[in-house]
Unconditional design. Sequence first.
Length: 256
Amino acid sequence: MAEALSSMEEFCRYVRVEAEPSEENPDGIAPFDPYPWQIERIPHLDNWESEAWLKARQNGASTAAQIRSLYVAEHMPNQTVGVYSMDQDAAWEFLYDVRRMWEYLPPWLRIPLVVDNKGELEFANGSRIVTFASTPNAGSGRTFDLVIADEAAKAPYAREAYQAYRPALGNGQLIMMATMKDVTGHFFKEVWEGCKTGRYPYTPVFIGAMEVPDRQITYTDKDGVIRNPWWEKVCREIPDEEARAIIETTQSNDEE
């Protein structure tokens, strides 16, 4: 029988994730080395706080959500985790990464799977991780303990899905994520701004590109300049001097 760990933080010490393949690491799997923002959020996730993440690309947000999904399913019997993605392929990709994390856990920590397919993992302890593509009735009639709304700003039926899973979530946890360039005029924008006014009872978390140490990046479109005034405004308002500096520098370059 798998051993239980005391916290998600402890669980993270045994997680292995996708990495760049090399001669020394041909499988492309390496120990999870959390970024500072992930270290900061893990205790909040462990406390079952619900959050809305407005994020830059490729900064480990999906990885953090995948680890949370696996931890809940592995260590808490009879839990149901719902993963909502913009389409079926994205949902399957999310679960594939979770399945890989499970595969590389130490044997003494890994709970056997009784259902193992592209759209669902069910564990011997009765917990399940189930994926849903964005449709008007996705997940209707189910109950959840944790919902991951991945790339919520790209999901064509994000509002309808929220209306379906929110009542079924009860006192469970919601992690809703969206990439900055995708949010203008979308349901996620309403949620993000509503978090600040109290309309939506979630903690708004901004995860900028500079949350990844030693990263050099600017937020640009195909013409090489920023053209999304709403998320520029968001970046200016957050208490993050580095993110504001990125926006100001890019705007200055554009004016030149």
